[in-house]
Design a protein around this ligand. Structure first.
Ligand SMILES: NC(=O)c1ccc[n+]([C@@H]2O[C@H](COP(=O)([O-])OP(=O)(O)OC[C@H]3O[C@@H](n4cnc5c(N)ncnc54)[C@H](O)[C@@H]3O)[C@@H](O)[C@H]2O)c1
Length: 396
């Protein structure tokens, strides 16, 4: 019989549900997992959501008070998938209570909150896993291996972008995501951590940045707190101001010498979730787009003079693909990445060691984000990892 670990999930909107399902599916894909998650308590401020999720996913209990979940004596690990303004308070409380945390990005509203969580995690000596799950995409792991092996020669160019349309409808509800007190940063917090983490995971540290930002949709319909989850559209009603950026684009310099661009938008009509990168080296190139999760476009010089990209499909030799599908051409999907993340989290707890992506990786990403934010204000190049992180964006 496997050792059990009591878990709580706090915040049962889109991501909280995904965490709950990932725990349930863990043993289907990772039968050797050292710990068996026991779903002790589901917590959400909306009572109906807490009760219904507990019933649906088989939690032993539910609560509307996250503190009860954190302090529960049989809970050792806590998933935190609440709006950003609660990340710091819940994560710090959980760490101080000795609970391991699986926390969603961006881990707070502004970099200063991320650093505070990182300090609490370190002081409490608990384990952390952060929701930067695109690292676990099998063809992304293969791309990393190819780059590291020198198969593409010296890497000179990088383009990373996350172009989304989740906020492209002007009637998209003015939820916590668009407010300084709710989310803090806009796309810089919501999707930039993914883009920066992918870039640094593949090419190493970004040294300096020069960025610009814009709010294209300046007002949206107000909605009461707790209405709906994820992104939704409402017709009519009072309009309120959007307080954080819809769009950021940025020039980047990597410590390796590579140069690149990074672009994020939540209001880009056309692509839906074009979370993508393109890498060019002196002897080859590759590119990936989340919308074709299982495919890598790969270009290498070959002996016969032919030129052009070929499509390489995810296969059981790449990353954890074989945990989910038996052969190339059969697709694995988004929620599967979270099952891998659950496994990473429980393994790091059982083996008492930090596994990526944890606090170290999100702090590294947020140092870049913080420099981008500074650059948007200064209009010039900013060096990563210098200067005191600012709290001003919370509007607190
Ligand atoms: N890793 C990823 O790619 C990814 C994707 C989406 C969201 N996220 C992150 O996950 C987090 C949640 O996003 P979402 O899309 O699931 O949001 P959501 O709005 O769908 O869900 C948030 C949930 O938290 C609940 N909540 C609010 N206040 C609470 C409180 N005091 N106590 C307990 N629950 C409370 C809400 O009622 C809601 O059910 C965000 O930080 C977001 O950045 C990560």
């Amino acid at each position: 019989m496997k050792k059990e670990i009591g878990v709580a999930v706090i915040g049962l909107g889109w991501m909280g549900q995904v965490h709950g399902r990932a725990y349930l599916r863990l043993f289907h894909h990772y039968p050797e997992s050292p710990l068996r998650p026991r779903l002790v308590v589901a917590a959400d401020a909306v009572e109906e959501r807490a009760r219904e999720t507990a019933e649906l996913l088989g939690f032993e209990g539910w609560t509307t008070d996250w503190r009860e979940a954190v302090e529960h004596p049989e809970v050792e690990a806590v998933s935190i998938a609440t709006p950003n303004y609660l990340h710091r308070e819940i994560a710090v409380a959980a760490a101080r209570a000795g609970k391991h945390i699986w926390l969603e990005k961006p881990c707070g509203r502004v970099p200063a909150e991320v650093y505070e969580i990182a300090r609490a995690v370190e002081e409490a000596r608990v384990r952390s896993t952060i929701g930067l799950m695109y690292r676990h995409v099998p063809v992304v792991e293969y791309a990393k291996e190819l780059i590291a092996s020198g198969a593409l020669g010296e890497i000179t160019h990088y383009r990373g972008y996350f172009l989304a349309d989740y906020a492209a409808d002007p009637n998209g509800a003015l939820t916590w995501r668009y407010k300084l007190k709710g989310a803090g940063l806009g796309v810089l917090g919501d999707i930039m951590p993914h883009t920066v983490d992918l870039a640094q995971n593949l090419l190493g540290p970004i040294e300096s940045v020069s960025a610009q930002k814009e709010i294209f949709i300046k007002e949206r319909p107000e909605v009461p707190e707790g209405m709906g989850t994820g992104h939704f559209v409402v017709e009519g009603g009072e309009m309120g101001a959007v307080e954080n950026e819809d769009y950021v684009s940025c020039l980047v310099r990597f410590a390796s010498g590579a140069r690149g661009t990074i672009e994020n938008s939540r209001v880009c009509v056309g692509p839906h979730v074009r979370n993508a990168f393109e890498v060019n080296g002196t002897e080859g190139a590759l590119s990936w787009d989340f919308q074709r999760l299982n495919e890598l476009e790969l270009y290498r010089f070959d002996g016969n003079g032919e030129r052009g990209y070929k499509t390489v499909y995810a296969s059981p030799k790449m990353g954890d693909f074989g945990r989910f599908q038996p052969g190339a051409g059969i697709s694995m999907g988004y929620d599967d990445l979270k099952v891998t993340e659950a496994y990473t989290f429980l393994t790091s707890i059982a083996e008492e060691r930090d596994l990526a992506p944890g606090m170290r990786e999100i702090v590294a990403a947020m140092r870049v984000v913080e420099a981008m934010d500074r650059s948007c204000e200064s209009g010039g190049w900013e060096t990563v990892g210098q200067g005191v992180p600012s709290e001003r964006r919370t509007g607190a």
